[in-house]
Design a protein around this ligand. Sequence first.
Ligand code: FAD
Length: 482
Amino acid sequence: MTSQKTDCLIIGGGLAGLTCAVSLAEKGLSPWVLESSERLGGRAQSWRDETTGDSVDLGPHILLSVYSNMLAFLKRLGTDHLIHWQTDGVIHQVSGTETYTFAETPLPSPMHLLPSIWKHPKITAADLVSIRHIVSLSLGLSEREIHEFDSMTAAELIERAGSSPAMKELLWDFISMSLLNLPSAEASATAFLRVVRYFSGTKNLLPGLAKVGLGELFADQSVKKIEEAGGKVLLRSRAASVDMNADGSGVVTLEDGSKIEARTVVLALAPQDLARLLKKEQQPPGLAKFETCPYLSVYLWFEGMVSDRAFWARTYHPDDLNCDFYDLSRFRTGYEGRGSVITSNIIYSNRVSSMSDEDVMKATRRELEEHLPRTREARLLHWRVNRVPMAIHCPRPGTESLRPAVRPEGKTYILAGDWVKTGLPSSMESACHAGFLAAEEVLRAIRPTQAPEKLALPVRGPGTLPHVMARGFAAVMSSRSI
Ligand SMILES: Cc1cc2nc3c(=O)[nH]c(=O)nc-3n(C[C@H](O)[C@H](O)[C@H](O)COP(=O)(O)OP(=O)(O)OC[C@H]3O[C@@H](n4cnc5c(N)ncnc54)[C@H](O)[C@@H]3O)c2cc1C
């Protein structure tokens, strides 16, 4: 049995662990990263498809222009320019053969999206007015106040706030499923208000798509930075147990029985992996409540071009399979002149887990044909279905209040991961934010006499004016009827 020593051991080589490791390397430490799988990137990983040689992601992702921590991480790695920003609308929503584009106008936030919502053929002036309470709550409440809604579902909040059925169907149910990954009847109202704040409180919100495989934006570049600083990245190295000391140091035992002693230990893991690693008494409270949300991600290689867009989504309907669609040939570097490579996500896929891959592919193709009739005649060259056990944790009522701090009370390990308390929806941005917060904690522990470092960029809230205006309104609403 061997025993090695390091200043900082990070368990988990996803976005959170690598953001932490790279920022520590830049601060002169030599962090070690343990990753159980054969490649880095975790849920944002990519690899080469065996048949086509194309880089495929575990599933397609978008980032948003408000992802300041993720963009800061990519900038450190020199890859922030490899994002294709969609400038012709926030979202292209399709229903049958119709497409409707929600786009910003020059009006200040939170009015900037309203004209576009109002012009929708299914929306009346009364529908539009009915969203005022939800928008006010999302913009006016502080982070602490938003937490008071965590025992309620998003659907309950939508009803109590008087939002019309048309707005629920068109907007709120879509936001809930696509961004919270749960139907509004099952999602926490706190988590819901946070994502509404993103859209109503932020101007110039652009969706971004990686021009290369998602993992190619950060995996190899992180290894280079870590190794240049004298650190190590150990792949196929699963941590089997962790013994923490009161001073924050710890001993990590790997599956092969080898041990690593570390002055600080960062657990950059998804909740279910953390639950497997830590004994019950070591776990942050409520860990078992973080249920996994599975996805199926479908890839279809066509002979010719079948789409005119890079990214679009179906209007939410409970019987649908897919939510968001992408044509990689519209934004990936080097795909010019090729046929469409369409990829899509079936979110919260428990309901279709018994379908075979082939049936999933055929059903996805049928959904695509509704919107893109050209697909019917197009020759399908190749396809694959990725079964993803977890995209994010299910943000059910009660879970928002359970999200632990990076330094959970009474624990001496440091946490990172998209699900820790960042004030953000579980996402790549939350993972990077948590990675920076974890690095701040490591530096505090290793250099206690130095001034604390500020690495994480603050969560961007709504501007002062929308916040102050919405606040008065929201306070009245929350105390009276909601
Ligand atoms: C299909 C799909 C689509 C998504 N779409 C979006 C999107 O559009 N926008 C967005 O912002 N987010 C999206 N997400 C979510 C996003 O990918 C995650 O929020 C983010 O990648 C989480 O990063 P993380 O570092 O917190 O966790 P992870 O990526 O889970 O990293 C944890 C790492 O720890 C490793 N590990 C586990 N146990 C051990 C152990 N015992 N020892 C050593 N290593 C271990 C794992 O292998 C993994 O690599 C999507 C996710 C999926 C899967």
